[in-house]
Ligand binder design. Structure first.
Ligand code: FDA
Length: 381
């Protein structure tokens, strides 16, 4: 351990991109420490041992970006399929396309509106129950799209995702609700989108195959920290409150429980992700992974589905989404001030900066942080 000057804590996309930059640009050996039994963080995917279907154990991960720099960087480690993501929502025994678009409106209300008519229709829906000064998320949503759309697609889903009645959530959680007045039901609008041809695990295998990168799994940084050399430069992508031993308090997180099933059918739900909008259905969505790779020839006698449940994280749960209450922001600001005093440590990634980041954002942030924060530590100005 003491031979490495560069230590990366965490092997998700932020840590992986950092390690790759240090090895490729600086040509320095770098040690990557990963607490879990595999590399790749939450973006990891792996063929299911029972069916061969590529599964995403931490929820479906769709790669999309409009950044040329990020697309070029990841393109060095994989080709991508032309998969474009669509999401459907179940509500009262029927299936609707998401985000709310002209097809969703016409199906829910049994209409055949044109885009212009839909604009007037939506304005009418919102005008039925106006809230000029909305006091909470429910009033805000109704003031934007009206009660009927709110109750169908927002109320139950939001309540489940946050375990909180939308009347108790602040109005500023939403500034706008994406309603498309056309039939575009592609979930993302980025320039580049697709899935790695041979899975995310292959991307991480290729990144970590660099002979200057030494990756160790099942290793918690805090168990070996004392063994580091004193001048080590640490890129830390774990939870920022843990780094400072929770001295300013614990940040709050949402966690997810995943339940995998392998029904003996060729196709269980006809698409990769279906949301469940009703509050009395305990899970928020079901993933069916075979649909992420329609180009592959999977077996037809079984499929893999995964139900996703959302709840507040306890101290021992995996943190997934920052809750980000005003109290959390105050705590985070204190940690950020402490982090700024650490001259040999770069904090990054979703856990290290207490921010939700998509994969392309984590990679983009790492590429920038390498230039702005790591390079100045090694190359004198
Ligand atoms: P990430 O969490 O991936 O990696 C951090 C790593 O650090 C983990 O492996 C952890 O074990 C390790 N670690 C922490 N503490 C440690 C310690 N003390 N010692 C050693 N190791 C330690 N994005 C997207 O672009 N498209 C999508 O479709 C989705 N979908 C999606 C679904 C769900 C359910 C979630 C929760 C997230 C997504 N994402 C996503 C976001 C995506 O997961 C995210 O962008 C990346 O995981 C961010 O990479 P990081 O490296 O920041 O963290």
């Amino acid at each position: 351990l003491s031979e490495f000057r560069f230590i990366v804590v965490g092997s998700g996309f932020f840590g992986a991109a950092m390690a790759e930059r240090i090895a490729t640009i600086l040509r320095e050996p770098v040690l990557v420490l990963e607490r879990r039994h595999h590399l790749g963080g939450n973006s990891y995917s792996v063929p299911d041992p029972e069916t061969g279907i590529e599964i995403h154990p931490y929820g479906s991960h769709l790669f999309h970006t409009s950044s040329d720099a990020v697309w070029q960087w990841i393109g060095r480690f994989s080709r991508f399929t032309h998969y474009r993501h669509r999401v459907f929502t179940r509500y009262r025994g029927r299936t609707y396309t998401m985000p709310i678009n002209l097809m969703t409106l016409n199906t829910l209300f049994g209409l055949d509106l044109t885009p212009e008519q839909a604009r007037g229709f939506l304005a009418g829906e919102a005008a039925r129950e106006p809230y000029p000064d909305p006091a909470n998320l429910e009033e805000k949503a109704i003031s934007l799209v009206g009660r009927r759309l709110y109750e169908a697609f927002i109320k139950g889903y939001t309540a489940k995702q946050w375990e909180t009645d939308p009347r108790e959530l602040p109005a500023d959680v939403i500034t706008r609700l994406p309603v498309r007045l056309n039939y575009n039901d592609f979930y993302f609008n980025d320039i580049y989108e697709g899935l790695p041809v041979d899975g995310y695990h292959a991307i991480f295998d290729r990144i970590f195959a660099n002979s200057l990168i030494h990756a160790v799994t099942n290793c918690d940084f805090f168990d070996v920290r004392a063994l580091l050399r004193p001048d080590a430069i640490v890129i830390y992508t774990g939870p920022i409150d843990r780094y400072f031993d929770y001295c300013c308090g614990r940040l709050s997180w949402r966690t997810l429980d995943f339940q995998i099933e392998r029904p003996p059918v060729a196709d269980w739900q006809g698409t990769a992700v279906v949301n469940y909008a009703e509050q009395d259905v305990p899970f928020t969505r079901i993933h069916e992974f075979r649909h992420l790779h329609p180009e592959r020839r999977y077996r037809c006698d079984r499929t893999v589905i995964m139900r996703e449940y959302s709840r507040f994280a306890t101290a021992t749960d995996e943190p997934y989404y920052p809750v980000n209450t005003p109290a959390d922001r105050r705590i985070y600001d204190q940690y950020a001030a402490l982090a700024a005093q650490e001259t040999q440590v770069v904090f990054g990634g979703r856990l290290g900066t207490y921010r939700y980041l998509d994969m392309h954002q984590a990679i983009g942030a790492a590429l920038k942080a390498f230039e702005r924060e790591v390079m100045p530590l090694v190359v004198p100005a």
